[in-house]
Design a protein around this ligand. Structure first.
Ligand code: NAP
Ligand code: ZN
Ligand code: ZN
Length: 350
């Protein structure tokens, strides 16, 4: 098989740079995918810089992959050569535990295999992600991308889309529900679009006054500057659900105060340093919950893609070439991305 051209970080302090590797030979149920586009998730940055203290170097990040099928293993029948497909954060799981049997592979009790920085369940080799010209994945972890969607704008659905869709569905967001989305980054802007499409009343919380107009254009009914206590106070005790996508440590109390009786705030951001514990009484006196949620299972990811196909939802993207990735990371740290960087993987082929 052809050598794979990729970009990798060699250690936590180095910039990402060109890297090559030999992909695995196709197994019976494998699909080989020529990657067209790969989204840039804040998790890629956390991992490349070892902020979660578990990175195995060299690391090839990227788990928002869209491409076309180029070859199939001898028993792979779910896809045909030429199909438009996606790969998200998972490429395998144990398939036998209670979570896997319930289509919740992201919560596999034996640990899912990550698209990158994971260990192949057969060989123990480290997996490499989508900042690459091609990838080989078991067909059960490959998604079908609706052909009506722009493939570059669809790439971020594979992580940012499912990570917001899954909790919004689980906590039954829909008509009649008042829903907050905290942070207008990659995840947050998908959260605004999806919650709006689900029929909820959507309020965006942002720290960036420059994003107010965009927030409304993307589907927010109201936008609140979260650093302004007066604006925040107008929403006290009113939210059924808040989805917090912020990638940095911050005070959770101002948001918890906005939840109504029995309301829940679900955290999806995984900052390098934990948030300080919120005030306990603030939870107790209104039976409020603070929860967490991890991406989504394969079946739910397909449901999300089909939902986005039906509602014509894609990410608002800034397309970059592969060699612009280090600059993109710096801009992401300044909350300066509208609203997801997507790498044109053709720029790796030249
Ligand atoms: P992103 O594009 O960088 O967006 C994060 C947003 O958070 C920023 O745009 C900014 O929005 C807001 N923000 C940043 N710093 C802030 C601060 N100090 N205080 C308040 N708000 C701040 O990141 P992303 O790709 O959406 O990822 C968000 C987080 O989710 C990351 O930690 C990532 O690792 C995690 N993640 C988790 C899962 C999961 O399964 N749970 C999946 C994917 C990603 P405003 O300018 O609007 O304030
Ligand atoms: Zn991600
Ligand atoms: Zn399992």
């Amino acid at each position: 098989m052809n050598i794979t051209h990729a970009y990798a970080a060699q250690d936590a302090k180095s910039k990402l740079a060109p890297f090559e590797y030999q992909p695995r030979e196709l197994r019976d149920h494998d699909v080989q995918i020529e990657i067209m586009y790969c989204g840039v998730c804040h998790s890629d940055l956390h991992q490349a810089r070892n902020e979660w203290k578990n990175t195995i170097f060299p690391v090839v990040p990227g788990h928002e992959i869209v491409g076309r099928v180029t070859a199939l293993g001898s028993h792979a029948h779910k896809y045909k050569v030429g199909d438009l497909v996606g790969v998200g954060c998972l490429v395998d799981s144990c398939r036998t535990c209670d979570s896997c049997k319930q289509d919740l592979e992201q919560y596999c009790e034996n640990g899912f295999t990550g698209t990158y920085n994971g260990k192949d369940r057969t060989t123990g080799e480290i997996t490499y992600g989508g900042y690459s010209t091609q990838v080989v994945v078991n067909e059960d972890f490959v998604l079908r991308v609706p052909e009506n969607l722009d493939p570059a704008g669809a790439a971020p659905l594979l992580c940012a889309g499912i990570t917001t869709y899954s909790p919004l569905s689980h906590w039954k967001v829909g008509p009649g529900k008042k829903v907050g989305i905290v942070g207008l980054g990659g995840l947050g802007h998908m959260g605004v679009k999806i919650a709006h499409a689900m029929g909820a009343y959507v309020v965006l919380f942002t720290t960036s006054p420059s994003k107010i107009e965009d927030g409304k254009r993307l589907g927010a009914d109201e936008v609140v500057i979260s650093k302004d206590p007066d604006q925040m106070a107008q929403h006290t005790n009113s939210f059924d659900f808040i989805l917090n996508t912020v990638a940095a440590q911050h005070d959770l109390n101002p948001f918890i105060t906005l939840l109504r009786l029995n309301g829940t705030m679900t955290l999806v951001g995984v900052p390098e340093h934990d948030h300080p514990s919120p005030h306990v009484a603030n939870l107790i006196y209104k039976r409020r919950s603070v929860a967490g949620s991890l991406i989504g299972g394969i079946k739910e990811t397909q449901d999300m893609l089909d939902f986005c196909g039906k509602h014509n939802i894609t990410s608002d993207i800034e397309m970059i070439k592969m060699d612009e990735i280090n600059e993109a990371y710096e801009r992401m740290l300044k909350s300066d991305v509208k609203y997801r960087f997507v790498i044109d993987i053709d720029s790796l082929r030249n």
